[in-house]
Design a protein around this ligand. Structure first.
Ligand SMILES: C[S@@+](CC[C@H](N)C(=O)[O-])C[C@H]1O[C@@H](n2cnc3c(N)ncnc32)[C@H](O)[C@@H]1O
Length: 253
C-alpha cells in the first residue's frame, strides 16, 4: 500500500496549492457557516497537508484516518505547530469523536463509501459531532463526469526533495447498477536511486450528483448549500459536464 509510505504519497500529491485551498475553505466559512469556526475536523486526513495553513490562521485541527502509518507520519511532521494538531485512528464508515466540531472537510476524493448503507453510517456519525449550523466541505467526492474519462489517460511525473514519482492511474467499470469501479494506481518511485513500485487496486463507488442530492434531501439533518468548480464561489456548477475537483458544501441543520 502506498498509504503505508506517507513520504511518497506526500510527494505524489504535492502539486496542490494548500494556501489557496485553505483560503477557499475560509471563504465558504465566512459566507455560509452559521456558527463561528474555532475547530476543524478532516476525514481521511492522510499526512494532513492543510494543517499548517489552518493552524497558522488560528484553527484547532483534528484529523482522522484509518491508516496508522499516515497518522504517525502526520503527528511527527506537524509536532511543532501550536496548538498541536490532534490525530486519531478511525473509519469514516462509522466513527465517533468525543468533542463537537465546527467544520468538517474531506479532500481529494477521499470519501470511500461503497453503498447507501455506508453513506448513511458516515452521515449519521458526522451528524452526531458536527454542530448545528456548521459546514461539511467535500472536495472531488461527487462524480460530475464519466469516471472512465481517466482510463489510460492519467499519467504524471513529479519530483520533490530528491524523490521522483511517476504516477499512472487507470479505471474500469465493475458494476453499472451500483456504479462500482476498479481503480488501479501504479506509482514508480526513485528515492535517491532506490527504485520501488507500488500498485494499489481499489474498488470504489462513484457518487453521482443526482444520487448525492437525493440522499441529502431525504435526510433531515443536512442541507445542501451548493457546488462549485475551479475552487471559486463565483462558479457554481450548473451543468453536469467534465469538471476537475468539483467541491460541494453541506450544512448541518
Ligand atoms: C487520497 S488519501 C487522503 C487525502 C488527503 N486528505 C490529502 O488531502 O492529501 C486517502 C486517505 O484515506 C484514508 N482512508 C481510506 N479509507 C478510509 C476509511 N474507511 N476511513 C478513514 N480513512 C480512510 C487512507 O488511509 C488515506 O490516507
Amino acid at each position: 500500500m502506498l498509504y503505508d509510505y506517507p513520504e511518497y504519497y506526500e510527494v505524489a500529491f504535492s502539486f496542490r496549492d494548500f494556501f489557496r485551498e485553505v483560503d477557499f475553505l475560509e471563504k465558504c466559512i465566512s459566507k455560509y457557516s452559521d456558527i463561528e469556526v474555532k475547530n476543524v475536523f478532516e476525514i481521511a486526513c492522510a499526512h494532513a497537508p492543510h494543517t499548517e495553513e489552518l493552524i497558522k490562521r488560528g484553527y484547532h485541527y483534528t484529523g482522522m484516518d484509518i491508516n496508522r502509518n499516515m497518522l504517525d507520519y502526520a503527528q511527527y511532521k506537524w509536532r511543532f505547530l501550536k496548538p498541536v494538531p490532534e490525530f486519531f485512528e478511525g473509519d469514516m464508515t462509522k466513527f465517533n469523536y468525543q468533542k463537537k466540531i465546527d467544520f468538517a472537510f474531506v479532500m481529494l476524493g477521499s470519501l470511500y463509501l461503497n453503498s447507501i448503507q455506508e453513506m448513511t453510517n458516515h452521515f449519521d456519525s458526522l451528524s452526531k459531532i458536527l454542530k448545528k449550523g456548521g459546514l461539511y466541505f467535500l472536495d472531488w467526492c461527487i462524480q460530475f463526469s464519466d469516471p472512465l474519462q481517466y482510463k489510460d489517460n492519467n499519467r504524471y511525473r513529479i519530483e520533490k526533495n530528491g524523490i521522483e514519482i511517476e504516477s499512472d492511474f487507470n479505471i474500469k467499470l465493475l458494476d453499472i447498477t451500483n456504479q462500482m469501479y476498479e481503480e488501479v494506481w501504479t506509482i514508480n518511485v526513485n528515492d535517491h536511486g532506490r527504485h520501488r513500485t507500488f500498485k494499489m487496486v481499489e474498488r470504489n463507488k462513484a457518487i453521482t450528483p443526482q444520487e448525492f442530492l437525493k440522499f441529502i434531501t431525504e435526510r433531515t439533518d443536512f442541507q445542501f448549500v451548493g457546488w462549485w468548480k475551479d475552487w471559486d464561489l463565483d462558479k457554481p456548477i450548473s451543468d453536469f459536464s467534465a469538471i476537475t475537483r468539483p467541491v460541494a458544501l453541506l450544512k448541518k441543520l
